[in-house]
Write a protein that binds this ligand. Structure first.
Ligand code: UDX
Ligand code: UDX
Length: 440
């Protein structure tokens, strides 16, 4: 059992702290947002993540997990301090490290014993060294510490499973004793542990996210060619995925990637490359393709409806992906803006992200369910592939709509079936599907 402090109770910090507590450690989670901490003390979570609420409550009641806004309290017996504050996109795509600096300075001032500081947040290559300089400069008196990079590989919506069953644990540090002590925390996860230097660990995180984003933009480019040639990109992805060198995952064509990671991490890596005079040609293309996908959806609406002025468009799904309430850089936001700019009225529904959606898309009329979002709509756009959209009552849907256009931004449906049901259907890269179906 170890004493762990986690700074930042967002999507990453709250999952990290709660899971470490669930493994038997004593965790004090700190945040500067007092309301967030007070709510957590009452069992009210700031985020939606399947299974997290029950896990937080169970570990709080067992005394393994507690919450505070006081660094002195959080660090009192801590051997480890995980920094999991946000690293949002800054100017020119560079990661904004102001919160990491604030956390490092506060830790330096409050630490009362030797400490291992662990960077959990996604930070640019070289940040570990920078954090060490900050701590050394800020300490009231020299106190031994080490900095270890331990990047997170959590997907929102499956973050607990991803924490408890990681493909690997990456640790970066020049202090092997510190790295080994952080490695010991992860032994119960029974996954490969790779110990490298700080900069290499930081780069592994960016390179991993950038590669996954590249797979997505690759399949979206293939989807656009499939559409022109009458091939079905879903089957193409299936055929490709049998090759273990390629793998089927992250080959789902659609609106492209959003969220708080891929968009900002690809930009941050491109910025790092540019600063070093290494033009990131591939990363730039990945970003360009991703950005165009959102516009492509709007052009499909125009293709089916003609002029958007006065039209009503229903969006099914608003969060950047299913099983989360996270609206950060969700494609639905930009799609709604483009539609509204064209004069359309936009209404939408999401099973979980309605509160967040209200903040991110104030001009979109929020509906109670998919059928209300379809009511009076000339077109429906599938933005997020929630399970509850997979088996909708399509006759009922058609009966409430004013027109019959469906733009399936996440390729949820079978084109031939939608055609038979009387919808004018557009998928993303859905050409012939073996039943002789071709888009009218
Ligand atoms: C995480 C990772 O930290 C980031 O690197 C990754 O790229 C995205 O996921 P996330 O958990 O999503 O960020 O951040 P967020 O949900 O914004 O939560 C950050 C928390 O840190 C907030 O609760 C905020 O109040 C808190 N915070 C911020 C502090 O406690 N101290 C600060 O100085 C700044
Ligand atoms: C991602 C990484 O997967 C995770 O390892 C890292 O730690 C944080 O960033 P996350 O952003 O939570 O996780 O979700 P993910 O499931 O990776 O999806 C990211 C985006 O890509 C979503 O917008 C999703 O809709 C999109 N996506 C994903 C596709 O468009 N096609 C795919 O095949 C897969």
């Amino acid at each position: 059992m170890k004493n762990i402090c986690v700074v930042g109770v967002g999507y990453v910090g709250l999952v990290t702290g709660t899971c470490f507590a669930d493994l038997g450690n004593r965790v004090t989670a700190l945040d500067i947002n007092e309301e967030r901490i007070e709510n957590l003390k009452r069992g009210v979570l700031p985020i939606y993540e399947p299974g997290l609420e029950e896990m937080v409550k169970r570990n709080v009641s067992s005394g393994r997990l507690s919450f505070t806004t006081s660094y002195a309290e959080a660090l009192r017996d801590a051997e480890f301090a995980f920094i999991a504050v946000g690293t949002p996109e800054g100017v020119d795509g560079e990661a904004d490290l102001q919160y990491v600096r604030a956390a490092a300075e506060a830790i330096a001032e409050a630490m009362a014993a030797p400490l291992i500081i662990v960077n959990k947040s996604t930070v640019p290559v070289g940040t570990g060294d920078w954090v060490a300089e900050i701590v050394r400069a800020k300490q009231p008196a020299p106190m031994p510490f080490s900095v270890v990079s331990c990047p997170e590989f959590l997907r929102e919506g499956s973050a607990i499973a991803d924490f408890m069953n990681p493909a690997r644990t990456i640790l970066g540090s020049l202090d092997h004793d510190a790295a080994n002590r952080v490695a010991d925390l992860h032994l119960p996860l029974r996954a490969p542990i790779l110990v490298v230097d700080l900069r290499t660990a930081e780069m592994i995180k960016y390179a991993s996210n950038a590669f996954l984003a590249t797979k997505i933009s690759f399949i979206n480019e293939i989807a656009n060619v499939c559409e022109a040639l009458g091939a079905d990109v879903k089957e193409v992805a299936t055929g490709m995925g049998f090759d273990p060198r390629i793998g089927r995952q992250f080959l789902d064509a659609g609106l492209g990637y959003g969220g708080s990671c891929f968009p900002k991490d690809v930009k941050a890596l491109a910025h790092m490359a540019n600063v070093q005079g290494k033009h990131p040609q591939l990363l730039q293309a990945v970003m360009d393709i991703n950005h165009d996908q959102r516009r492509l959806v709007v052009s499909k609406v125009r293709e089916l409806l003609g002029d958007l002025d006065g039209k009503v468009i229903g969006l099914l799904g608003l969060a950047f992906k299913p099983n989360t309430d996270d609206m950060r850089d969700a494609p639905s936001i930009e799609i709604a803006q483009h539609l509204q700019t064209g004069g359309a009225r936009v209404q939408g529904y999401d099973p979980v992200a309605m509160t967040a959606a209200g903040r991110h898309m104030p001009r979109v009329r929020l509906c109670e369910d998919a059928y209300e979002a379809a009511n009076g709509a000339d077109a429906l756009v599938i933005c997020t592939e929630w399970n509850e959209f997979k088996q909708l009552d399509f006759e009922r849907l058609k009966g409430t709509m004013r027109d019959t256009a469906i733009i399936d931004g996440r390729n949820l449906y079978d084109p031939a079936q939608m055609h038979r049901l009387g919808f004018r259907y557009r998928g993303m890269g859905r050409g012939y599907n073996g039943n002789g179906y071709s888009q009218p």
